[in-house]
Design a protein around this ligand. Sequence first.
Ligand SMILES: CC(C)(COP(=O)(O)OP(=O)(O)OC[C@H]1O[C@@H](n2cnc3c(N)ncnc32)[C@H](O)[C@@H]1OP(=O)(O)O)[C@@H](O)C(=O)NCCC(=O)NCCS
Length: 150
Amino acid sequence: MTEIDLRDVITIESLSFSIPWNEAMFKSELSLDYSHNFTLRLSVNGTGDVLLGYICFWVFHGEAHLLNIAVQPDYRRMGLGTQLMRFFIDFCRSKKVETITLDVRSSNDPAIEMYRKVGFRKVGLRPHYYADNGEDALIMGLKLKAKIGR
Ligand SMILES: CC(C)(COP(=O)(O)OP(=O)(O)OC[C@H]1O[C@@H](n2cnc3c(N)ncnc32)[C@H](O)[C@@H]1OP(=O)(O)O)[C@@H](O)C(=O)NCCC(=O)NCCS
């Protein structure tokens, strides 16, 4: 992801979340060395590459945290979210990450099911975490590698 992508990213973001990130938030992520931000582009009907999804995550000290993932609404349920997650997990493996975590709204069944299918399990709860409706956040985690001696 680069600043050139932000117009398309923000369009998808605003269609995807009740509290969407704004341009300044994406720009801030693009400026951090531990923040990794990727887009998924596909050629649609021969019209050239179209930005259909993106993923943002942090990697630091053997841990990774997913911050944001979304797919353009018309292209959901086609496996693109799973592709982004598999890319993320492979990226983490290449950086020797041992543990990945993420937060997800407890009502977000599509996302929870996608995370479960790529191996994440519920590891905790943040009660009343979301400011707009007081909804809980589920914390989900994936262990990539056991620590020696554990
Ligand atoms: C979550 C999201 C990224 C999934 O993207 P996607 O491209 O539709 O996901 P996939 O097609 O790879 O779906 C993988 C699996 O997740 C589950 N899933 C996805 N969407 C679902 C839905 N609407 N209802 C039920 N299960 C769903 C299914 O098990 C699906 O596998 P299947 O299609 O073989 O049954 C997409 O719904 C999205 O952008 N949502 C809004 C943003 C968001 O909530 N992000 C997560 C924040 S924590």
